[in-house]
Design a protein around this ligand. Structure first.
Ligand SMILES: Nc1nc2c(ncn2[C@@H]2O[C@H](COP(=O)(O)OP(=O)(O)OP(=O)(O)O)[C@@H](O)[C@H]2O)c(=O)[nH]1
Ligand SMILES: [Mg+2]
Length: 380
């Protein structure tokens, strides 16, 4: 089978017959199937079965009684259940014209990309079908925000918020995608550098039925964006913060037991460094371990870095207090913040660096690696 067209639906009964007819006509001559992943409470499933009976292509229905992950979850389930590796994802309300499918397919057949995005913002495309000015504004602003947060990953993509795209699922790690996203394309794009292209399309008005877009989804989207962008770094920060608390607790405990405070501080620092390493191994950089050097080497590098950092930070702090005349507390705060960034960058780029990598220019490599690691998602 050449192509699976995945359509997530929730209460789209009035649109099913027309959708099936138009998709059938659009992919005439292609070995394709149409796969509905349905979370409806209306009679959408009946409409799908009716339409399937005399459709010009194979029509399948996956109805979910437990709609895990909502729209995003439905798309993921469709990608997993598809008979073809090449999948088109589109809405079921005919805002995404089925007549654009051949253009997506043709672009993919050229062979140089794994993802073809149907874009409202390419010449020839349009956003005219959005319900009102407010929706246009929200859509524009969220697109701008998204692009600003992923300037490198989304370089090639003008419409990362579209729900209409073709993806070759062999190029996607389905297990790594989280259905939390209403915008599953964003998950796909943000997690991995994809070879992507775009074709324009005209976003139509809704054919029938009701919109499911809500304010809650908007808030959800911001959460998704935040998680994708800062996931790894915020986890790293949380673990670092936890380490600081444990550090203080150990010093307190040991000194209370009568241990010399310098000895207590050293024991606490080393214990925290080891604990920190174990936690970031497990929770922050777990996706990079397989390609990095062995665990003992990673530990040695991380351990050495943290000790050097602690040794260097204190004289720098003293220097700052001496030359800038700032308080010791402020100097501590500044050096700790700086140390956090340096530590994160060092772990991303050195401790967990892939064993061997293609070597473009050093600057390019640095930027790519930062974009890849510092900003890639992390999950607890
Ligand atoms: N399976 C499934 N599909 C959903 C869910 N929520 C929305 N959809 C489908 O996802 C597609 C997009 O939803 P829409 O309500 O059209 O969202 P929108 O296009 O942003 O909003 P409008 O412009 O008002 O149409 C439609 O085919 C919906 O039926 C869900 O929870 N589960
Ligand atoms: Mg819609």
């Amino acid at each position: 089978m050449q192509l699976t067209i995945i359509v997530p639906t929730r209460n789209e009964a009035p649109n099913v017959a027309e959708l099936v007819a138009r998709v059938g006509a659009a992919v005439h001559g292609v070995d394709a199937e149409l796969l509905f992943v349905d979370d409806s409470t209306d009679d959408t499933p009946d409409r799908v079965r009716e339409a399937a009976a005399h459709a010009p292509l194979s029509v399948r229905l996956v109805h979910r009684d437990d709609p895990v992950g909502g729209l995003g979850g439905a798309v993921l389930e469709g990608l997993a259940a598809a008979r073809a590796d090449v999948c088109v994802v589109m809405d079921g309300d005919l805002q995404h014209p089925p007549e654009t499918i051949p253009a997506l397919l043709d672009r993919h057949v050229a062979g140089d990309v794994d993802l073809v995005v149907a874009s409202r913002y390419q010449p020839g495309g349009s956003n005219g079908g959005l319900a009102d000015g407010r929706r246009v504004l929200v859509s524009r602003l969220s697109t701008m925000l998204t692009k600003a947060m992923f300037p490198i990953r989304l370089r090639e993509v003008s419409d990362p918020m579209t729900g209409f795209f073709l993806v070759d699922r062999r190029a996607v790690n389905l297990e790594a995608l989280r259905p939390r996203g209403y915008k599953i394309l964003l998950e796909v794009l943000a997690r991995k550098t994809m070879r992507a292209a775009e074709v324009p399309f005209v976003f139509d008005g809704r054919h029938g039925g009701q919109s499911k877009a809500t304010f809650r989804q908007g808030a959800h989207f911001l959460g998704q964006l935040w998680g994708l962008r800062f996931g790894k770094m915020s986890l790293f920060a949380v673990i670092g913060g936890l380490g600081a608390v444990v550090n203080i607790a150990i010093v307190w405990l040991l000194t209370a037991l009568g241990v010399n405070y310098i000895v207590a501080a050293v024991v606490a620092a080393e214990a925290t460094i080891v604990g920190n390493f174990l936690l970031i191994e497990r929770f922050v950089f777990q996706d990079m371990r397989a390609e990095a050097s062995g665990v003992w080497r990673r530990f040695a590098t991380s351990f050495a870095f943290n000790n050097v950092e602690a040794l260097v930070r204190i004289p720098i702090m003293a220097l700052m207090v001496g030359t800038w005349n700032i308080t010791a507390v402020l100097a501590t705060a500044i050096t700790l913040a700086l140390a956090f960034v340096v530590r994160f960058v060092f772990h991303s780029l050195v401790v967990y660096a892939p064993r061997k990598a293609g070597r473009p220019s050093a600057a390019r490599q640095l930027i790519d690696a930062l974009d890849e690691q510092a900003m890639s998602p992390g999950e607890l």
